[in-house]
Design a protein around this ligand. Structure first.
Ligand SMILES: Cc1ncc(COP(=O)(O)O)c(C=O)c1O
Length: 379
């Protein structure tokens, strides 16, 4: 019997505790485990950097909802990303990255891994010809974000998977914005899925975490080796919170999408908004691809305003219910100015974002309250 998404999110890896019957996997706050004689493990666990039962529950659930062979949970999204690069790349290798990636991802490539000889090229990933032109014999990975943060660009996962495999590279997809409820990259041919579980998977802005899900056991094993060797693992309490969030991902995402669609209606009709970036809009250049590979279009909405940076910043300062803050994907609505906040590290680079851009993470509050707040802030 194959189970549906919500069933997997609630039950995969989460059998009732064999000792007590607890229906929720306990927080195993232990660093080590008693061994029955030298070399005789009692439970398969020996040290909590290598494995911890609370983290195992989360990792199995993540693998199930993404349809992968192996899930791995990390202390942050960036710890997960760095593990991919260390596990699969070596000096002088080359990676194709999106020309509008999350600023922290760009910083990881440009300021950290480039120093160790891992070369990269930022490319508009919506343009398969541009990606093909950027690939070199040294290209080891094509790194995709779709939708991208913060410009909501869309890349064709199936097309890029084909292209990557034709040239002997792997396709890595950062699925943070869509979440596995809306998009399953492994089913479209990707090799590895990356998450900042800080966002929709955790869903309550109370925990920082990251995840990798590998499509094959072989790649999963390579990543798992480096997870243990590098040590950026999720702790048991963080794993517990993230797993609790995952259980309600489906119902939350539907409400995020409902609310985002209403917000998009308001923004597109507003005279002071010059452009709305949302893949659900028919005029979005990636709309057709998004409609093909996503169940719905998500809870993230960006827009540009007349009046440039000063007006964009003022709008961010004027909202009352939309909280001014970084991060996204929680139940509460957030607003931010990417140029000065989340993407400040991309200033002066090919990934610099427009100064008149505002990003919304549309939460699951009562929609009329959200619309009233945005109307008053836009003036
Ligand atoms: C798309 C995307 N990927 C990765 C990350 C990094 O995740 P973390 O902040 O959990 O390290 C973020 C953080 O904002 C993100 O938005």
């Amino acid at each position: 019997m194959s189970n549906g998404f919500e069933t997997l999110a609630i039950h995969a890896g989460q059998e009732p505790d064999p000792l007590t019957g607890a229906v929720v996997p306990p927080i195993y706050a232990t660093s080590t485990y008693k061994q029955d004689g030298v070399g005789g493990l009692r439970s398969g666990y020996e040290y909590s950097r290598s494995a911890n039962p609370t983290r195992t529950a989360l990792e199995e659930a993540l693998a199930a909802v993404e349809g992968g062979a192996r899930g791995l949970a990390f202390a942050s999204g960036l710890a997960a990303e760095d593990t991919v690069l260390r596990a699969l790349c070596k000096p002088l290798d080359h990676v194709v990255i999106p020309n509008d990636a999350y600023g922290g991802t760009y910083r990881l490539f440009a300021k950290v891994n480039e120093r160790w000889g891992l070369h990269y090229d930022p490319v508009p990933l919506g343009d398969l010809d541009a990606v093909a032109a950027a690939v070199t014999p040294k290209t080891r990975l094509i790194w995709v974000e779709t939708p991208t943060n913060p410009l909501l660009g869309i890349a064709d996962i199936a097309g890029l998977a084909q292209l990557a495999h034709d040239c002997g590279a792997l396709l890595v997809v950062d699925n943070t914005f869509a979440s596995p409820y809306l998009q399953r990259p492994l089913e479209l041919g990707a090799d590895i899925v990356v998450h900042s579980t800080t966002k929709y998977v955790g869903g309550h802005s109370d925990v920082v975490g990251g995840a990798l899900v590998a499509g094959s056991a072989e790649v999963g094993e390579q990543l798992a080796y480096h997870q243990n060797a590098m040590g950026g693992v999720a702790g048991p309490f963080d794993s517990f919170l993230t797993l609790r969030g995952l259980k309600t991902l489906g119902v939350r995402m539907d409400r995020h999408c409902d609310n985002a669609e209403r917000v998009v209606d308001l923004l597109t009709a507003h005279p002071r908004v010059t452009q709305v970036l949302y893949p659900g809009l028919a005029e979005h250049p990636g709309h057709e691809v998004a409609a093909k590979q996503m169940k719905r279009f998500g809870g993230m909405v960006s827009f540009r305003v007349a009046g440039g940076e000063a007006e964009a910043v003022e709008i961010c300062n004027r909202t009352k219910l939309f909280t001014l803050g970084e991060s996204l994907g929680g139940v509460e609505s957030l607003i931010e100015h990417p140029g000065r906040m989340t993407h400040a590290s991309a200033a002066g680079s090919p990934l610099e974002v427009p100064a008149d851009l505002v990003r919304l993470s549309v939460g699951i509050e009562t929609i009329d309250d959200l619309l009233a707040d945005l109307s008053q802030a836009l003036g």
